[in-house]
Design a protein around this ligand. Structure first.
Ligand code: SAH
Ligand code: MG
Length: 194
């Protein structure tokens, strides 16, 4: 598949949780505004966001732990002839640090397991250049993060929502970053490293 609309439709039909249109526009806009050259993405899925980012310029290193997703990502990247711009690492992102610790990045895009955002953030922000940015997706989590009464949700979902709230709070209070939250798409944050 070498047509971005077809890739998006495939993802929607197969319930691959790709970034929403508004979130993607936001992400691509920041890549231009901040003149991003090197991206580290946590959570490749089928490489929909990685391909979209690579098509506007930067090199992408992206990490995926699910084998089926990884295989589809590799195939899609090859269909778009983007093997030179996108490197996919098949691993749990919590284990990948030693492999990439000598690289630096302008953008860290966190879009994997929502309960682990704090860990991803702590692990990979040291690889960000000064003035580099972090963008996190799904901080609204289908609007559940702003829901007051969580009593009708499952225990595991409640725990996840609380983790996302705590992550947002810590991010807002992190003095090493200037953070703004955007209630577009499924909720995004933009943090600039001071
Ligand atoms: N960024 C993609 C969507 C990613 S969906 C896009 O917008 O097109 C989230 C992906 O993160 C899933 O494919 C899931 O397998 C992967 N993932 C979740 N936790 C992970 C982890 N700890 N390490 C690596 N990949 C992870
Ligand atoms: Mg997402």
């Amino acid at each position: 598949m070498n047509n971005i609309e077809a890739l998006k439709e495939y993802a929607i039909e197969n319930q691959v949780p790709i970034i929403k249109d508004a979130g993607l526009s936001f992400l691509l806009e920041q890549i231009k505004t901040y003149n991003i050259k090197e991206v580290l993405e946590i959570g490749t899925a089928i490489a929909y966001s990685a391909i979209n980012m690579a098509l506007v310029g930067p090199n992408i290193t992206t990490i995926e732990r699910d084998q089926k997703m990884y295989n589809e990502a590799i195939k899609n990247i090859s269909d778009f002839n983007l093997e030179n711009k996108i490197k996919v690492i098949y691993q749990d992102a919590l284990e990948t640090f030693p492999l990439i610790k000598d690289k630096t990045f302008d953008l860290l895009f966190i879009d994997a397991a929502k309960a682990q955002y704090q860990k991803f953030f702590n692990l990979y922000t040291p690889l960000l250049k000064k003035g580099g940015i972090v963008i996190c997706d799904n901080l609204l989590f289908h609007d559940l993060v702003n829901k007051e009464d969580l009593s009708d949700l499952s225990r595991s979902l409640r725990s996840l929502i609380k983790k996302i709230r705590l992550f947002k709070e810590d991010l807002a209070n992190n003095i090493n970053f200037d953070t703004t939250f955007y209630d577009i798409g499924d909720g995004l944050s933009l943090s600039i490293k001071k």
